[in-house]
Design a protein around this ligand. Structure first.
Ligand SMILES: NC(=O)c1ccc[n+]([C@@H]2O[C@H](COP(=O)([O-])OP(=O)(O)OC[C@H]3O[C@@H](n4cnc5c(N)ncnc54)[C@H](OP(=O)(O)O)[C@@H]3O)[C@@H](O)[C@H]2O)c1
Length: 70
């Protein structure tokens, strides 16, 4: 299996709840995490919260119910 830092995880609905915690735990394990949310303001807030904990994750806007967004 690839090393953790070579793996990329894209997490949907990640501005809060289970998605947010998944981002935190995968980042802690050293994966490259892309935190996504349908609301950019909320998602960027979540990205900032993780950065304060020392986890650098990327951010992208993503609404799973809109084909164009996916
Ligand atoms: N919490 C539990 O104990 C538990 C147990 C079993 C199953 N589940 C299920 O697991 C899922 C997540 O639970 P949760 O507790 O983390 O829920 P949550 O705190 O309500 O978070 C749901 C996340 O999904 C996002 N979302 C909703 N519609 C979306 C869309 N069209 N595109 C992208 N993101 C979207 C929400 O964004 P907004 O903030 O913009 O609304 C939010 O970030 C739910 O389906 C829930 O029913 C939860």
């Amino acid at each position: 299996m690839a090393k953790a830092e070579d793996r990329i995880a894209l997490v949907t609905g990640a501005n809060k709840g289970i998605g947010f915690e998944i981002c935190r735990q995968l980042a802690r394990r050293g994966l490259r995490v892309i935190l996504t949310s349908r609301d950019a303001k909320k998602g960027l807030g979540a990205q900032k919260a993780l950065a304060k904990e020392g986890f650098e994750v990327l951010y992208r806007e993503l609404d799973v119910s809109r084909r164009s967004s996916v």
